[in-house]
Structures are given as structure tokens and as C-alpha cells.
Design a binder for this molecule. Structure first.
Ligand SMILES: Cc1ncc(COP(=O)(O)O)c(C=O)c1O
Length: 392
């Protein structure tokens, strides 16, 4: 069955402004059920959690439902879903709690800086996995040399936010686990682009951000609750010591958490399906991935024929994300030209700090990133291609 792109697009009010939203890798637009869930939570009345009155009970229920929804999305345990403002903040908190002086951490130059800097700043010895600058691949073989009995954490992305590269995370996890190390997988860019099974990836921790998959600005890190029981993060003396609550500081954005649940329900319902929510998510996200992949081959196929365009990386397994420069124009100029033609793209290093350094373009403005998500259609791709063609 073809992906019902018209119906899917119709659920996103913002898409009616006429722009081609190819900036999804920096944050997606929000469908009506998510907007309604957040508004309804505020309208109905919410209290802080753990109180004796109904508005507080509603917040208790919102938090529990949100943990269950995120667990369904990534194939995790609701009891191990840590919620917070964004992935960066949660990763800083967890890194400090997990690793420190005397440990080794293995990081990759493919990663967004949010899965790099929090680990370089805990006082551990850092070992680097290198990227092939031509293909954009992260070769697995190097991990056998990098990991040893002192390795506490291997932090790696499930997909690059600029090149789209999907490294062989299960193979890296096998090496990490054999040495007794923990796998911290950044799923922020990968999650919106297809079905996720954190156990199959071998992730001890799987980080994701709801605003990349049609939800509000909320981050989550998912782990086995039994593992979380062994970790003691910094926390207030007065706050809950239970798992996962002890990893969550301060008061949560309860209405937004209701929006996260609505976003997961929305993703599960993009194509008609049966079974429980997890099963419907797997089917729906597979259909979305097929839709994105078909459009992406048109996009890259055409860009490759343009002599004035330089494309970075050509990884074998990737998300529908392309990073390119246009001869004679800065990335910012390209983005401004496209914006005038109603096309939203990002320019810059996009926080892929190490990777843009490897590519030799970090100090020259990086490049232009265009990314597809499930709500993009052929007209979005055609408008980008026409706009880039005009810069020849
Ligand atoms: C791959 C990747 N990791 C981490 C992050 C940081 O996520 P957050 O904005 O939730 O801190 C981003 C954000 O763009 C990202 O693309």
C-alpha cells in the first residue's frame, strides 16, 4: 500500500504555509493531535505529581503514559524511560554519573557533539573512532583496538545528523559488551527515520528527542531499570530516589509529556494497522522509511548530476539526509537563496563538530543540510532541486 502522504501532511497545520520543510533533522513540525493534547492538558488542569487531588493524579497518569509510549517507540522498558528537557541535558547528567577519572570512553567523530562533549568532560581517557572522510562510514574493525577492559562506555550514534550514516551499532555493541563496557547510543537522528529496536542495536542506553519525531521539545534516555539501579546520579536530597525518577531533576513539562504520547500514537497510526501500539509503530515507521527512501533516491540522484554541487559522504546505509556545498556560494547564501524560493534547509556545522572538522569544512561555514521526513513529498524535493540548479 502506498504511503498516504496527503493524509499525513494534512495532519500538520504548519505545512500549509507553503514552505518545503526540509529542515526536519533540526526539528520536525507538529501534527494536530500533539497540539491538541498539550492544549487539552493545560485546559483540563494539571498539578505537580504525587498529590492527593485529581489534577495531580492527571499528571501522574501523563508521566506513566509517556514512559510507556517512548518505550513502545524504541522497544524498551517503560520503567527505564528517563524524561527531560532534551538529549544534551540528559546526556550530560548521565555521563557524569556513569564515567569518571580512571575510566576510558570510546567516542566517534561521526557523532553530534551532544554525544561527544559530555563524555570528554568527565575526566576519563578518551579514545577516538575515526570516520572515512570520503565515504562517511565509521569502520567497525577499529573498535577491536579501541575497546579494552578499562573501557567504561562506548558512545556512538545510530545515525549521523549530517551525512545520515547508519553505523553497524550491533557489531560495535558486541565488542563493547565482550569487554564489559556500556553502549550509549544516540538515537536522536535515527529515531524518526524508521523502526527502532534498542535491544537489537545492543544499546544499554538509547537517547532520543521527541521534537525530531513530531513531538514537543522533550528528550528521553531509555535503559534497563536494573542497570539504572546500579547508577547514582547527582540529585536533591529531597527528590525521589527511585528509578527512573532519580535521574530526572526538577519539575517536568507535564503538558508536553502528554504531547509526546500523542506523537507516538500519531506515528503508530500513519498507515492503517492492527496489533498493539509497538506492532503498529514498527509497520508505520517501516512504511515511512520506504517513502523517505524513494524520495531520497530522486534527490541524491539529481544532485549527483549537478557539476556545481559537492556531496559529502556516500554511506551504504543511511537516513534520507544529504549534506552538500554549491560552488561559488557559501552555505549560508545557498540557504538564503532557497529560503526565498520557499525551501527550508540548514547551513553550518549542525553541531557535527568533529565530523565537519574531519571533512575540513568546519571553519568555512560547513555545508547545506537537507533532510526528508515522513511528511515530505515530491514537490518538496523538486523545489529544492530547482533552487539548487539555478545556482549553476
Ligand atoms: C544526532 C543528534 N544528537 C543529539 C542532538 C541533541 O539533541 P537535543 O537537542 O535534544 O539536545 C541532536 C540535535 O540536533 C542530534 O541531531
Amino acid at each position: 500500500m502506498p504511503f498516504p502522504i496527503k493524509e499525513v501532511r494534512a495532519t500538520y497545520p504548519a505545512l500549509s504555509d507553503g514552505y518545503a520543510y526540509l529542515d526536519g533533522a533540526a526539528g520536525t513540525q507538529t501534527p494536530r493531535p500533539v497540539i491538541d493534547a498539550i492544549a487539552t492538558a493545560y485546559r483540563t488542569g494539571i498539578g505537580n505529581v504525587g498529590g492527593a487531588f485529581p489534577a495531580s493524579h492527571r499528571s501522574d497518569a501523563i508521566v506513566a503514559a509517556c514512559r510507556a509510549a517512548v518505550a513502545d517507540l524504541v522497544g524498551g522498558d517503560p520503567g527505564g524511560v528517563i524524561l527531560g528537557p532534551n538529549m544534551t541535558t540528559l546526556t550530560y547528567r548521565l555521563a557524569r554519573a556513569i564515567a569518571g577519572p580512571g575510566d576510558e570512553v570510546v567516542l566517534s567523530r561521526l557523532d553530534h557533539d551532544a554525544n561527544v562533549r559530555p563524555w570528554t568532560q568527565v575526566g576519563a581517557t578518551v579514545r577516538w573512532a575515526e570516520v572515512d572522510p570520503v565515504t562517511g562510514e565509521l569502520p567497525v574493525e577499529q573498535y577491536a583496538e579501541l575497546i579494552n577492559e578499562r573501557t567504561r562506555v562506548v558512545a556512538v550514534t545510530a545515525a549521523s545528523n549530517i551525512l545520515g550514516t547508519r553505523p553497524d551499532v550491533p557489531a560495535i555493541a558486541e565488542l563493547a559488551h565482550r569487554a564489559g563496557a556500556l553502549m550509549y547510543v544516540d538515537g536522536v537522528h535515527a529515531t524518526p527515520h524508521g523502526p527502532v529496536d534498542m535491544r537489537a542495536l545492543g544499546a544499554d542506553f538509547y537517547a532520543t528527542s521527541a521534537y525530531k519525531w513530531s513531538g514537543p521539545h522533550i528528550g528521553a534516555v531509555v535503559a534497563d531499570p536494573a542497570l539504572l539501579e546500579t547508577i547514582r546520579p547527582d540529585k536533591l536530597a529531597s527528590s525521589a530516589d527511585t528509578v527512573p525518577e532519580r535521574f530526572e531533576t526538577g519539575t517536568a513539562a507535564f503538558a508536553d509529556l502528554d504531547g509526546v504520547t500523542a506523537a507516538v500514537d500519531h506515528l503508530a497510526a500513519m498507515v492503517p494497522g492492527t496489533g498493539n501500539r509497538r506492532e503498529r509503530l514498527l509497520a508505520s515507521m517501516s512504511a515511512a522509511e520506504e517513502h523517505e527512501t524513494a524520495l531520497f533516491s530522486v534527490l541524491t540522484g539529481e544532485l549527483e548530476t549537478m557539476p556545481h554541487v559537492t556531496l559529502y559522504g556516500k554511506p551504504a546505509r543511511r537516513t534520507a539526509t544529504v549534506y552538500f556545498n554549491v560552488a561559488g556560494h557559501t552555505p549560508r547564501q545557498v540557504a538564503e537563496h532557497l529560503a526565498k524560493r520557499g525551501v527550508n534547509v540548514w547551513n553550518g556545522h549542525n553541531y557535527a563538530w568533529e565530523l565537519t572538522g574531519v571533512l575540513g569544512i568546519r571553519d568555512t561555514g560547513g555545508a547545506v543540510r537537507a533532510g526528508l521526513v515522513h511528511y515530505n513529498d515530491r514537490s518538496d524535493v523538486d523545489r529544492l532541486l530547482e533552487g539548487v540548479a539555478r545556482l549553476a
